[in-house]
Design a protein around this ligand. Sequence first.
Ligand SMILES: O=C(O)c1cc(=O)[nH]c(=O)n1[C@@H]1O[C@H](COP(=O)(O)O)[C@@H](O)[C@H]1O
Length: 273
Amino acid sequence: MTTQELIQQIKIKKSFLCVGLDVDLNKIPKHLLETEDPIFEFNKAIIDATHDLAVAYKPNIAFFEAYGIKGWMSLQKTINYINEKHPNIFTIADAKRGDIGNTSSMYAKAFFEDLNFDSVTVAPYMGKDSVEPFLAFENKHAIMLALTSNDGAFDFQTLQVNGKELYKQVLETSKTWKNSENLMYVVGATKAEYFTEVRKIVPKSFLLVPGVGAQGGSLQEVCKYGMNDNVGLLINSSRAIIYASNGTDFADAARTEALKMQQEMEEIMNSKF
Ligand SMILES: O=C(O)c1cc(=O)[nH]c(=O)n1[C@@H]1O[C@H](COP(=O)(O)O)[C@@H](O)[C@H]1O
């Protein structure tokens, strides 16, 4: 999907919500465990209940890999279901990859060619040649960790390097890489006070923002400092939406939570544009 198409969808749906698919068999409703593929059945129900309210889905690959070959097959069924039923929805493989060039090329093939995701999350620690292979695909995007939502973000990302905080250096350097227009960045909602600085360096880029809901970040604060003229934000919520209920009403409960977020987003968009 192109960035322009994503912007279009945000305008049509009045939403910049990304629903995170972090499926844990210990948390899903018990009746689904009797089906042949509980992870897929869970995802399918969540997607059916929220697709008109969300512009993106983010399966977190760890939650599939944890179940071995079966989990990987559930992932494939999930991405195929989204691509076939809802081709206008932006898909994110949250895999946080990045390795020497030839290895990164294979990771990129796995997520872009085999599974046909629109984007994959990558870690910047190994530098240019570990990220550029993900940028070589037309209409595909690498979403690079810049300032993450967890407490450990302060271990390295905010340390001073060359007289500035490391995350700023990461953002600046990445802009010099080949096909950098295919880059988006992760900035955690729990770090709302940093968005002004981030926007000084990457005013136009899309930011994937996890950390609202279960991690306590504020949608209003993020939008205040992080929104640009095209919205430029994908706000992810995983647990607060998908585990709103663990009863047979789980999909309806997920829809209610997603609707609350979408309505808040619509209000923000109406007041800003
Ligand atoms: O790359 C991510 O998506 C990510 C980066 C980050 O800084 N913090 C973060 O929480 N995430 C992911 O975003 C999701 C957040 O889930 P909830 O806290 O349940 O909404 C998880 O899949 C995390 O792995």
